[in-house]
Ligand binder design. Structure first.
Ligand code: PBG
Length: 331
C-alpha cells in the first residue's frame, strides 16, 4: 500500500465526534436561541386589520389592536423583541407622519410598552414609508439631500424615544446620521437609549417583498445613491467604523445571506455587538421553494439562521422568528 500522506491518520479521525446525535449536539459550536431574534412588524392604521403580505406568506400588515395580540403570542413563544415599521395613511414630500406625535409608530410603541413592558421595542428610523416619493430622505432636484434629511431623522428618532422605544434603529444610510441622532437623543434627555445602526446596508434586490409589505417602493429611480454597492467590502468596514465613532451601540449588516463574509469581517475587525438582517427576499425564496416541495423549508430555515450566527452575528432580525421558535421550543 502506498504511504498515506496525512501524517496523523489513523490516529486522528474526525468522524469519531459525529457518531450520534448526543455527541453531535454536545460539540456543536453554534446554536440559535429565541433570545437571538428580533421580529419585524408592519403596522397600519385602522382596527381589526390583519392583511397577509402576498409575497411574504405568513407575514401580515397589522393594526395596533392586532399588534398587541401578536405581542402576546410572541411572548408565549419566548420572543421578546420586535422591530416596528409604520405605514401611515397619508404621505407627503417630507414624511411628516414619521415624526408626528400621533404617528402610527408613536402610538403603537406606547400601546406595546403599556401592555408588554418587558417587550424590547426597536423602531426603524427612516422616511421611505412616509414620503410620497418613497425615498429615504428629502428630495431636491431628483436627489436626496443628505444634510436636510439628518434634521428630520433626528426628529423622528427623538419622537420614537419619547413614545417609549427601547432601541432606535436608523436604516436610511445618510452620511452622519448616527452622530446627528445621538446628539439629538442626548439633548432630549435620552442619553441612555441605544442606537442600532444599519451600518452596512446594501442596495439589494432582496428587499423586493418588503417594499410591498411597507408600501415604500421609490416612485422614481432607486436607492443606489445612498445604499451601498454590493461589490464593496472595504467600504462596508469604513461605514461601520464611522457609525461606531458617531456613537452606534450595535452595528448591522444587511442583507445577511449574501453578506456572511461581511458579518464575519465586521465581528473580527470591530468586536462590537452585531445584528444581521435576514431580509424579506431571503424569507420569501425559502417559503416559495418549500411551497413547491423543492426544499424542506424548516431545515433550510434552521441552517440559514445557524449560518448567520456562525458568521458572527449576535442577533438576527428575521421573519422566521416564530417558525424557528416553535422548533426550538420543542427541543
Ligand atoms: C427602510 C427599510 C428597508 C428594509 C428595512 N428598512 C427597505 C429599503 O431600504 O428599501 C428592508 C427589509 C427587508 O427587506 O426585509 N429603508
Amino acid at each position: 500500500m502506498t504511504k498515506f500522506i496525512q501524517p496523523n491518520f489513523p490516529v486522528t479521525r474526525l468522524r469519531r465526534l459525529r457518531r450520534s446525535s448526543a455527541i453531535r449536539d454536545m460539540f456543536r459550536e453554534t446554536s440559535v436561541n429565541t433570545a437571538d431574534f428580533i421580529y419585524p412588524l408592519f403596522i397600519v392604521e385602522g382596527e381589526e386589520i390583519k392583511k397577509e403580505i402576498s409575497s411574504m406568506p405568513g407575514q401580515f400588515q397589522l393594526s395596533i389592536d392586532n399588534v398587541i395580540r401578536e405581542c402576546g403570542e410572541l411572548e408565549s413563544l419566548g420572543i421578546n423583541s420586535v422591530l416596528l415599521f409604520g405605514i401611515p395613511l397619508e404621505k407627503d414630500e417630507v414624511g411628516s407622519k414619521a415624526y408626528a406625535e400621533d404617528g402610527i409608530i408613536q402610538r403603537a410603541t406606547r400601546e406595546i410598552k403599556k401592555n408588554f413592558p418587558e417587550m424590547l421595542v426597536v423602531t426603524d428610523v427612516c422616511l421611505c414609508e412616509y414620503t410620497s416619493h418613497g425615498h429615504c430622505g428629502v428630495v431636491e432636484d431628483g436627489y436626496v439631500n443628505n444634510d436636510e434629511t439628518l434634521k428630520l431623522l433626528a426628529r423622528e428618532a427623538v419622537s420614537h424615544a419619547k413614545s417609549g422605544a427601547d432601541i432606535i434603529a436608523p436604516s436610511d444610510m445618510m452620511d452622519g446620521r448616527i452622530g446627528a441622532i445621538r446628539q439629538a437623543l442626548d439633548e432630549a434627555g435620552f442619553a441612555e437609549t441605544p442606537i442600532m445602526a444599519y451600518s452596512a446596508k446594501f442596495s439589494s434586490a432582496f428587499y423586493g417583498p418588503f417594499r410591498e409589505a411597507a408600501e415604500s417602493a421609490p416612485q422614481f429611480g432607486d436607492r443606489k445613491t445612498y445604499q451601498m454597492d454590493f461589490g464593496n467590502s472595504d467600504e462596508a468596514m469604513r461605514e461601520i467604523a464611522l457609525d461606531i465613532q458617531e456613537g452606534a451601540d450595535i452595528v448591522m449588516v444587511k442583507p445577511a445571506l449574501s453578506y456572511l463574509d461581511l458579518i464575519r469581517r465586521c465581528k473580527d475587525t470591530f468586536n462590537m455587538p452585531l445584528a444581521a438582517y435576514n431580509v424579506s427576499g431571503e424569507y420569501s425564496m425559502v417559503k416559495a421553494a418549500a411551497a413547491n416541495g423543492w426544499l424542506d423549508g424548516e431545515k433550510v430555515m434552521m441552517e440559514i439562521l445557524t449560518s448567520i450566527k456562525r458568521a458572527g452575528a449576535d442577533v438576527i432580525i428575521t421573519y422566521f422568528a416564530k417558525d424557528a421558535a416553535r422548533i426550538l421550543n420543542k427541543k
